[in-house]
Design a binder for this molecule. Sequence first.
Ligand code: ADP
Ligand code: MG
Length: 324
Amino acid sequence: MDTPILPAVSPLLDVINLKKHYQVAGRDGNRTLRAVDGISLKVARGETLSLVGESGCGKSTTGKCLIRLSDPTEGRILLEGKDLAHMNSNELRAMRKRMQFIFQDPFSSMNPRMRVRDIVGEPLRNFGYSRADIRERVAALLARVSLRSDAADKYPHEFSGGQRQRIVIARALALDPTLIVCDEPVSALDVSVQAQVINLLMDLQRDLGLTYVFISHDLSVVRHISHRVAVMYLGKIVETASRDVLFKNPAHPYTRALLASVPSARAGERGPVQILKGEIPSPLSPPSGCAFRTRCPMAQERCAQETPAPRQLSDGHEVACHFA
Ligand code: ADP
Ligand code: MG
């Protein structure tokens, strides 16, 4: 495995206090659902930062806000110093080339009636490339993701799940992006195929200098691909660390519980850990203070009153817990 890198002095992506609240209709009028509730993170050029956490904790919402597929309620999203959160649609269009999104289900992001040539070439068409350029570029992209050149004339249903995800990756690469948000890109694939797609993503990162925000609930995949990991719970980041520190020395009781639930991640854990009890609370009515306290084996009175701010344990290792 490669060595984790330290966050760069000036990060590619600098997210400050990002919030995404939804207004949800209820019996007593509208209620606020805090899907993402004030997260800050930095991503260095060429690194993979993973976002992990249970279903519903706000990973996908965060990923979509990061590249303005969804409009944040509050906060700043600096890509190379330019604030995406406050850009108008013209300014955003120019930035669109630089940022791509890969979804879990390749079918949801492809038109089944389009040939692979047109699927992969779509972003190039949108940006006015000539037919000849598109043809040449599509051939190169298919080769880059190890698909045969005759794939261009086929339709999505003629491919396996892993091959379809390669088509999606080829399309994501079409405009030479800098940043790719990968949202559970291998969760729908067989385990053996997962490794091939993950290795492809890692090769592409190395060869093209790509930066990934990698969203996953699967910690063994995260352990393989990440340089750094941010753990989310109910719309907040509770711990951020390099991959090795997070897996060897997790500090937040939530991170420790998550790791304890994965047999392959257990080596090197410190002290006894409790497997998570109960359900994640609703983001419509999060607990006061520390949102994790209702499931935390270490919770005390202070946790109900005071929201723990992230604090630094060591270089690059931050935790939001009063007692970790
Ligand atoms: P994850 O990807 O970690 O599973 P999501 O970001 O998809 O979590 O969802 C976070 C929370 O936001 C969930 O409670 C989800 O139901 C809610 N949510 C997501 N999208 C919307 C939406 N468009 N409208 C209302 N609530 C939403
Ligand atoms: Mg999701």
